[in-house]
Each structure stands twice: as C-alpha cells, then as structure tokens.
Write a protein that binds this ligand. Structure first.
Ligand SMILES: NC(=O)c1ccc[n+]([C@@H]2O[C@H](COP(=O)([O-])OP(=O)(O)OC[C@H]3O[C@@H](n4cnc5c(N)ncnc54)[C@H](O)[C@@H]3O)[C@@H](O)[C@H]2O)c1
Ligand SMILES: [Zn+2]
Ligand SMILES: [Zn+2]
Length: 363
C-alpha cells in the first residue's frame, strides 16, 4: 500500500516506554520526523539515567503524558544532516541534552538561555509546535535541530561523558552564574548522586575546597579518595551532624543542593558563612520549608537553576574534556533498566547508570 504524505515524513524508531505511573518500561515502537533541512539525525549509542527520568516515569511531578520514552543524556554519532546544517557532518560524535527546541526569538533565546525560553521544547514528555510528541534517548535514534546538538570533544568518551549533558550542565551553570568559582572558596555539595558527584569534580577543577554533605556515611571514603572531595559531612545523623557542625557551622561560601526528596534547608543554611549562597537544583515533588531567620540574619541567598543554554553546555563539555572530568558510571543493558530505576529510587547507584543503547536495544 502506498504511504500517505504524513507517513512519508516519518521514520520508524524503537525504544522503551512507560505507559502508566508504575513507571515500568517495556519495548515500544514509534515514529520520528524525517530529517529536515536544519536537522541532524543521531544513531544513539549511550543514554544516561537521570533522576528526572524517574520522577517523570512515576508521574511524581504530576505532568507526565504517557507513553513516555525518557532519556536526556544522549550521545551518539551523526547519521544524517539537512541541507542547512553547517555545524555537523555525518560521523561526528555528538550529544543531546534536556532540550530539543525553543522559540529562537525571545529575550532568553537571544541571550543563549534557551533553557529558560517560555516555549522550550523538552527532549521527552513534551510536544512540538505541530502537535507531534517527543520521545527521549532510551531509543535507537533521534532527530534534532542542529542548534540543540552538542559536539563531543575528541577526548571525551561517549559513555561516561553522556551524563554531563544534564548532570554536568546543571551544576556548572549555577556555579558560573552565581559566582561560585573563586579558587580557594569552600563549596558544600548536598546529595552525592549523579549531579552531586559531578559537582564535586567540577568544584575541584575550579580550585574550590569541596565538602560533601550526604545522608550515606558509607560514601565517605569514596567521596574523598575517588571523587577528590576534601571532607565529608553526614547529614541525616543528628549526633554526627552536631559534632561536625560545631566545626563546620558557618564555614561554607556556597552550597549546591542536589537532593531529590523533600528535606530541611535549615541545616544547610547554618553551614553557610554570612553572604553565603545556597543554590537548589534538586526537584522534590513538594515544596521545601524556607527558614527566613537565618537567611535574613546572615544576608544569605537562595537561588535555583535549570540546566543551561546551548552555548554554555558546549562550554561545559569543553571544560570537562580539558580537565578530564567524566561521570563515574555503571553501564547497563536496556533489559536492566527497571531494576536500575528501583536502585536509583533507593540511592543505590555509583554514580550514574548509563544505558549501552547500541549494544542492547534491539527489536
Ligand atoms: N535543576 C535541573 O536542571 C535539574 C537537572 C537534573 C536533575 N535535577 C533534579 O536533581 C535531583 C537530583 O538528580 P540526580 O540525577 O542527581 O539524582 P540521584 O538520585 O542520582 O541523586 C540524588 C541524591 O540525593 C540524595 N537524597 C535523596 N533523598 C535525600 C534526603 N531526604 N536527604 C538527603 N539526601 C537525600 C540521594 O542519596 C542521592 O545521593 C532530582 O530531583 C532531579 O530531578 C534537576
Ligand atoms: Zn536530567
Ligand atoms: Zn525563546
């Protein structure tokens, strides 16, 4: 049977999707648009597993549109380029992060802050202006406008480099924007998961003194010996926190809070010096309580930050390549994804799962 015009403009794709808030992923056939004039098509080789994937799969934020194919830490090689594409050639090593589109004309887009565009198009669980739905990187290929595609520096591996596309830029961008990069200053990193462990490495690359603030005491020696942190503070053990806090209280210039669940801000604010800055990047599904007194009394600042624009994301990849920063990953096959999600929910990951897409995803 002849294909309709609409079908002519589509290509077949294959991935793993969740169809309800159990979040369980299973094989899923779908279609993507044909490569347009401004588009780049990637064969996906690797995709990192972000906690945002898990929040979305289980509809913890309340705006999941099923079926959903997650994945926004995508790396691979270019297999097609449109006729207007100037930045990439077939065979190039590239990545795609959290966004695949924006309006290109608003104030944010004009300032290379596409990530704050009111018409941002996310890599998955999002719709294109023509009403078609987007599916993420737990799949064999993806078609993306060249503006939202990143170049992988030659020495940056595609597997351990993939998580930088979300975890990396999410901690790099606020450090730059909020002025948290002055060598010798003291950075606290709350939550030692995917984002947190990259924050430790990036913080050290900026020459900061880095203290991990974690609820898992068993991560202490790894945080120091493997990730390069200078010290470690247990955050959920009141006795230990008390002992430590005496010496740690009021010692930090900056804190990046990557914790994925609701947690008290007061202990973190007390660790900050006067004029200290706390940037929250974690996205718990319920509001956090804001203790106003320590903010006011210490002229402290709390801010937020959401990934980064395309220009800054490229800058971050180049920075990480220069400083040999990658994520510490556990490479998994797609069949292991549901177990990996259960482990991620229990913080049992060191420190990012990455799916070996090319070697395990087949119909
Ligand atoms: N702002 C952004 O642009 C952005 C980008 C990516 C992810 N995120 C969000 O950041 C959060 C972290 O993402 P991730 O991929 O690093 O997740 P992760 O699961 O790898 O790490 C989260 C860490 O928080 C710790 N944690 C969880 N509950 C805690 C509690 N009650 N007290 C103390 N520590 C606790 C865990 O032990 C874990 O180490 C998620 O909410 C995610 O959605 C935000
Ligand atoms: Zn993410
Ligand atoms: Zn815009």
């Amino acid at each position: 049977m002849a294909k309709s015009a609409e079908e002519e403009n589509q290509q077949e794709a294959f991935g793993w999707a969740a169809t309800d808030n159990s979040g369980i992923l299973s094989p899923f056939n779908f279609s993507r648009r044909e490569n347009g004039d401004d588009d780049v098509t990637l064969k996906i080789l690797y995709c990192g597993v972000c906690h945002s994937d898990l929040h979305t799969l289980r509809n913890e934020w309340g705006f999941t549109f099923y079926p959903v194919v997650p994945g926004h830490e995508i790396s691979g090689v270019v297999t097609k380029v449109g006729k207007n594409v100037t930045k990439f050639n077939i065979g190039d090593r590239v990545g795609v992060g959290v966004l695949v589109g924006s309006c290109k004309t608003c104030e944010c887009c004009e300032q290379d802050l596409e990530n704050y565009c009111p018409r941002i198009i996310f890599t998955y669980n999002s719709y294109n202006p023509d009403g078609t739905k987007n599916y993420g990187g737990y799949s064999d290929m993806i078609v993306v406008d060249q503006r939202y595609v990143l170049r992988f520096p030659d020495n940056l591996p595609l597997d351990a480099g993939a998580p930088l596309l979300c975890a990396g830029i999410t901690v790099y961008s606020p450090m730059k924007y909020y002025g948290m990069t002055e060598a010798g200053k003291h950075l606290g990193v709350a939550g030692l998961g995917g984002l947190g462990h990259v924050a430790v490495k990036i913080g050290k690359a900026f020459g900061l003194k880095v203290t991990v603030i974690s609820s898992s005491p068993q991560k202490e020696s790894e945080a120091i010996n493997r990730l390069g942190a200078d010290s470690f503070l247990v955050s959920n053990d009141p006795a230990k926190m008390k002992v430590h806090k005496k010496s740690a209280i009021g010692t930090m210039d900056y804190i990046i809070d990557t914790v994925s669940a609701v947690h008290p801000l007061l202990p973190l604010l007390s660790l900050l010096k006067v004029n200290g800055k706390l940037v929250t990047v974690g996205l718990p599904n319920k509001p956090l309580e804001l203790p106003v007194f320590p903010l006011v009394m210490g002229r402290k600042l709390i801010g937020g930050s959401d990934v980064g624009g395309m220009k800054e994301t490229q800058e971050m990849l180049d920075f990480c390549a220069k400083h040999n920063i990658t994520a510490d990953i556990e490479l998994i096959r797609i069949e292991e994804i549901n177990t990996a999600m259960e482990r991620l929910a229990k913080s049992d990951v060191r420190y990012r799962f990455v799916i070996d897409v090319a070697n395990s995803l087949s119909q």
